[in-house]
Design a protein around this ligand. Structure first.
Ligand code: BG6
Length: 477
């Protein structure tokens, strides 16, 4: 297959990591507004209410709320074909259960989308990127409660109607998939996904299974609704997945690796195959968990199938095995691969992994796939000359794009877009740091939120511009 001339080159950002303005224009408090900055290797601290003297990075982000025109102009200068943004639910329904939406929030996103369209950039809109009004957690228990699905659909409907004819590509959820009852859960992952700290949960396994099911169901219902409102809508969901290798060819280890790679695919199965997978229901039963699949849920799975899949890819890992004492991989658990290098934050760099996953997923579902996130978090240095030579970032992206190209041109995977995380430096989701930088554009701010907020082009800026201009043909530094 040839690389399409309409291939969507661009980048991805998320509201709580870039907008700032956390209490402007009647925005409500969102779950990430209560999480502090972490430090190398140390998790972010999660608060139950705002406390004086604590630094909450979502409160300032990179002030995209006031800089979006300038930032979009820079993306346009790079030739972006697409930008994935997220809509912060708490700007639209500040408490989540409000009857009427907040018009000021709606206006902001209308202007943002118009600005993208004016610059010929296709908007790709995520409806839930770790951004839930905190009130829904406190009053209803977050996704453990089916009422929250109704509030989510109310929010989705508002956005589908508001942006009808302007937005074609929707993402129902970003990475709902890291909370499986069978794996080691962490506070930060359950919190960013559902606003709940793992260690605080009663009946932990059942709660995680219920959340996983309810969010999957909510996605299918949103897909059905999106199609009803506009049959031009292309409905997708984004998963953060990684290939897990066996430590050796002992069949037990090979099997473990398969099961760990496949861990989160039950949700993708449910969203693509028209039913919630029986193997998962049976697995839950065996460990004493119960999921109630109603008749109306069954219709939702049948009628809410995805049009495309979004894939976030950063790293791979090695399956844990009996007696393993290897170095833990820093991303979704598992062990580090001794054949591969890691980033400064311990994420294993494995370009071939992206080809593996593209093939695996495409052959399983036959749906078009968009790479919705891929990138390297690194420390950048401004030289005296003012230049920022981020060759390491260019190397990472180049090696991954090469594998994406092979997937398309040699393996015939229908991959229709590649978005980097993130085209501009922003707040890290897992650490809250500003110094974990991903962008082609440097933002002059530090981990304390201090700095001029000035935007500076890194070396990778011109590199990516050339990649886009040549439709991925010229990847040379
Ligand atoms: C993805 C998330 O999983 O990883 C993004 O969708 C996040 O929100 C990205 O920023 C990179 O992770 P981090 O912790 O380095 O920001």
């Amino acid at each position: 297959m040839k690389m399409s001339k309409n291939f969507l080159w661009g980048g991805s950002i998320a509201a709580h990591q870039c907008e700032g303005a956390y209490d402007e224009d009647d925005k409500g408090l969102g779950i990430m507004d209560l999480v502090s900055v972490g430090d190398y290797g140390k998790p972010r601290k999660i608060y139950s209410k705002l406390e004086d003297g604590v630094l909450y990075p979502s409160h300032y982000g990179i002030d995209f709320y006031h800089h979006y025109k300038e930032d979009i102009a820079l993306f346009a200068e790079m030739g972006f074909k697409a930008l994935r943004i997220s809509i912060d639910w708490s700007r639209i329904y500040p408490n989540g259960d409000d009857i009427e939406p907040n018009q000021k929030g709606i206006k902001f996103y209308q202007q943002l989308i118009d600005e993208l369209l004016k610059n010929n950039i296709e908007p790709i809109v995520t409806l839930y990127h770790f951004e839930m009004p905190i009130n829904l957690v406190k009053k209803y228990g977050s996704w453990t409660n089916r009422k929250v699905i109704d509030y989510y659909l109310r929010f989705c409907k508002t956005m589908f109607v508001t942006l009808k004819g302007k937005v074609k590509y929707w993402v129902t959820f970003n990475e709902m998939n890291h909370i499986d009852p069978q794996t080691k859960a962490t506070d930060i992952f359950t919190y960013i996904i559902a606003g709940l700290k793992y260690t605080d949960l009663d009946n932990k396994k059942q709660t995680l299974a219920t959340i996983g099911y309810n969010m999957t169901l909510a996605s299918c219902l949103a897909v059905r609704l999106g199609h009803e409102i506009d049959d031009n809508n292309q409905m997708g969901c984004v998963f953060g997945i990684e290939p897990v290798s066996p430590v050796n060819c002992d069949p037990q280890n090979v099997f473990k690796a398969f099961m760990q790679t496949d861990r989160d695919f039950y949700q993708i199965d449910a969203m693509c195959n028209g039913e919630f997978p029986k193997y998962k229901i049976e697995e839950y039963k065996r460990i004493g968990l119960n999921i109630d699949v109603t008749d109306s849920d069954k219709n939702a799975f049948k009628e809410g199938k995805l049009d495309y899949l979004g894939m976030n890819y950063y790293a791979s890992s090695v399956a844990e095995y009996e007696g393993s004492n290897g170095k833990e991989s820093a991303l979704f658990g598992g062990l580090q691969n001794p054949y591969l290098e890691t980033s400064k934050w311990g994420w294993t760099i494995d370009p071939v992994g992206i080809r593996y996953l593209l093939n695996y997923t495409y052959r399983k579902y036959g749906l078009p796939i968009m790479i919705t996130e891929n990138g390297l978090g690194a420390k950048d240095k401004i030289l005296e000359s003012g230049e920022i030579n981020d060759d390491y970032r260019i190397d990472y992206l180049k090696e991954h794009i090469e594998e994406v190209k092979k997937s398309i041109e040699l393996d015939d995977v229908d991959c229709f877009g590649y978005l980097t995380w993130a085209p501009i430096d922003l707040i890290s989701a897992t650490t809250g740091q500003m110094s974990k930088r991903y962008g082609f554009i440097y933002v002059d701010m530090d981990d304390n939120g201090d700095g001029s907020k000035k935007r500076l082009k890194k070396k990778s800026f011109d590199w990516y511009k050339r990649v886009i201009a040549t439709n991925g043909k010229n990847l040379d530094i």
